[in-house]
Design a protein around this ligand. Structure first.
Ligand code: ADP
Ligand code: ASP
Ligand code: MG
Length: 440
């Protein structure tokens, strides 16, 4: 059994959907996970925000524009009239509901209900697109098996039980199609796995069905050694270990949702990243083996807040860090980087929702300073902390104001905290010296 996930661009045009059709119609039994067509989730987020701002007329106009786009897609995608009629009926029903939502009072669930429509639309249309060509495919609703628990983590037991049941009820089905990203929460309300979450859906399903492989089909030929949106001449990496991929995804590599590796790592189910527009390209294999030496890839994550906690009492006081950590735990705020000296501890968080409460509590026993607009740049590779050339990094970055360094936390990660305004220069400098001037 394989799990294949196709991202927004992969299902974003009739031409690309035809590529997906030829990829999924080969081979054995599989679950196909689809994102919303590219641009759709952003448009739905905008609709939700506009409703929340009380601008229901503007929201209605945005709904109309998106509706027109889908009418065009239906007419381009299908040639048989019955398929056009059935799909237009489905699209009409979805947009009727969206229109009704524009005049509803704001509720906590509005956003989740609205953004779920993108994946519902793409999977409906793609399953009919296969059926128009006589390819047998069964559309299964993510709401029938994908659920999170009270901690917003996937409820693995529930997911496995329900997926097993659905698969056993459809023993003659070769191709299952389902929505990425969307799920129910522990109370049965419509929810999602956060932006980019379709990758996570695929690996959750992969773990639940004990897949041979999870394939992430996207718009680029694999995991690159730096962020191609900011650096020219990046290259695809043919192999990454689970640990390396997890670190890169966690520290900002947009190609993978940060939690994608988690469900499959212990089960040793390989993840393969492939290019929908160039299926013959090798892509990137992510598995349990670690190979190669030196720096393999660089990633960056913005929106980081640095907090410095200074206290004379820290000097030789046991239990000081415990007190600090307990405050962050109380506000469910996870710490990414941490460095300590005799009188101070600096740490970073990426979720500043409870920053003010945290600072107020820390100030009861220390002096606190906060810097926002920081970026973590993360260098990843097998055993890089032991590589003889790694020290040259600091020479290369001598003009960059490095606020924190994390070295040796794991053997395959070095993280640097910099000002976000220095990100581009840092990524480009590191890329030039690490990958183009044969540092490794
Ligand atoms: P999908 O819609 O298929 O999920 P995403 O846009 O989420 O695609 O992820 C693919 C994009 O991630 C690429 O087009 C690229 O711009 C960006 N990206 C960022 N960092 C990397 C990286 N290290 N390797 C490859 N792509 C990356
Ligand atoms: N459609 C969702 C998003 O744009 C989920 C995904 O594409 O993975 O975030
Ligand atoms: Mg994505």
């Amino acid at each position: 059994m394989l799990v294949l996930k196709f991202g927004g661009t992969s299902v974003g045009s009739v031409e690309n959907m035809a590529n997906v059709k030829s990829i999924v119609s080969e081979g054995g039994r599989k679950v196909v996970v689809l994102s919303a067509m590219s641009g759709t989730t952003n448009a739905l987020v905008e609709i939700s925000n506009t409703i929340t701002e009380g601008k229901s007329l503007d929201a209605l106009n945005l709904v109309e524009a998106l509706n027109n786009r889908y009418i065009t897609v239906v007419n381009d995608l299908f040639s048989k009239q019955t398929f056009i009629d059935e799909s237009l009926e489905y699209v009409d029903a979805v947009f009727k509901e969206l229109r009704e939502l524009t005049s509803q009072p704001h509720s906590a669930f509005l956003y989740n209900i609205i953004v779920a429509k993108g994946e519902l639309l793409s999977t409906f249309m793609f399953s009919r697109f296969l059926q128009q060509d006589g390819i047998k495919a069964t559309l299964i609703s993510a709401f029938d098996f994908m659920r999170t628990d009270r901690l917003h983590e996937p409820d693995s037991f529930y997911i496995k039980q329900n997926l097993d049941r659905i698969l056993n009820e459809n023993t003659d089905t070769e191709i299952f199609i389902t929505q990425g990203f969307i799920c129910l929460d522990a109370d049965g309300h419509i929810s999602n796995l956060e932006r980019g979450g379709s990758d996570f859906t695929a690996s959750i399903i992969g773990a639940a069905v004990g897949a041979d492989e999870v394939q992430i089909w996207t718009d680029i030929d694999g995991f690159h050694n730096n962020d191609p949106r900011f650096v020219h001449d990046t290259d695809a990496i043919s192999h990454l270990s689970f640990d390396e991929a997890a670190e890169l995804a966690y520290f900002g590599a947009k190609i993978l949702h940060p939690q994608t590796v988690m469900p499959v790592r212990d089960l040793k189910i390989p993840v393969r990243i492939k290019n929908t527009m160039d299926p013959a390209a090798h892509g990137t294999l992510i598995d349990d083996s670690a190979e190669g030496e030196g720096i393999k890839a660089i990633a960056a994550i913005d929106g980081i807040t640095a907090i410095k906690i200074k206290s004379a009492r820290m000097l030789q006081a046991s239990g000081f860090l415990k007190k600090v950590f307990e405050i962050f735990e109380k506000y469910h705020t996870s710490i990414d980087m941490i460095t300590t000296s005799e009188i101070a501890v600096s740490l970073t968080i990426d979720d500043a929702t409870f920053l003010q409460d945290i600072v107020t509590e820390l100030e009861e026993f220390s002096n606190v300073s906060v810097d926002s607009h920081r970026t973590i740049v993360c260098l990843v590779g097998n055993n890089i902390v032991h590589h003889p050339d790694t020290h040259k990094l600091f020479q290369i970055l001598q003009d960059i104001n490095i606020r924190m360094i994390s070295y040796g936390g794991s053997n395959n990660n070095i993280s640097l905290l910099i000002n976000t305004s220095d990100k581009l220069e840092t990524l480009q400098k590191l890329h030039r010296y690490v990958f183009e001037e044969a540092l490794v």
